[in-house]
Design a protein around this ligand. Structure first.
Ligand code: CO
Length: 130
């Protein structure tokens, strides 16, 4: 079943940004590093939904580039899909541009790909496997 898994939010500092979510009363996870994306992150849970706060750990991280260009804010929408490999194959066949051709492993060991915003109306979509 398709559903929104989380919203990714680019921040300069996870330690600072997470305070707002804690003040709101949302449970915030422990910090996690994702070497492939050069970020550290926490997840704030809002019921079934999650907000992913992403801080770059390197200047050449895509999140660092995003912050330099646009500042802090909403970065991507993550959709949970039932069969990621099948969806990726279908999109590629339909000429949809993906950020990387390979399915990657992210936070919590989940499998994901990003759809390039040029193919999706300006929104960076992360597709994650359910
Ligand atoms: Co994400």
């Amino acid at each position: 079943m398709f559903k929104i898994d989380h919203l990714g939010i680019a921040v300069k500092s996870v330690a600072t940004a997470k305070k707002f979510y804690e003040k709101l009363g949302l449970p915030v996870s422990e910090e996690e590093f994702v070497a492939a994306e050069k970020v550290k992150l926490v997840m704030a849970s809002a019921g079934d939904s999650r907000l992913e706060l992403l801080e770059p750990t390197s200047e050449d991280s895509t999140i660092a580039k995003f912050l330099a260009k646009r500042g802090e804010g909403l970065h991507h929408v993550a959709l949970k899909v039932p069969d990621l490999a099948a969806v990726v194959e279908r999109l590629k066949k339909d000429g949809i541009r993906l950020v990387s051709d390979e399915i990657k492993i992210g936070a919590g060991g989940h499998r994901y790909v990003f759809v390039h915003p040029s193919s999706s109306g300006g929104v960076l979509f992360e597709l994650v496997e359910s």
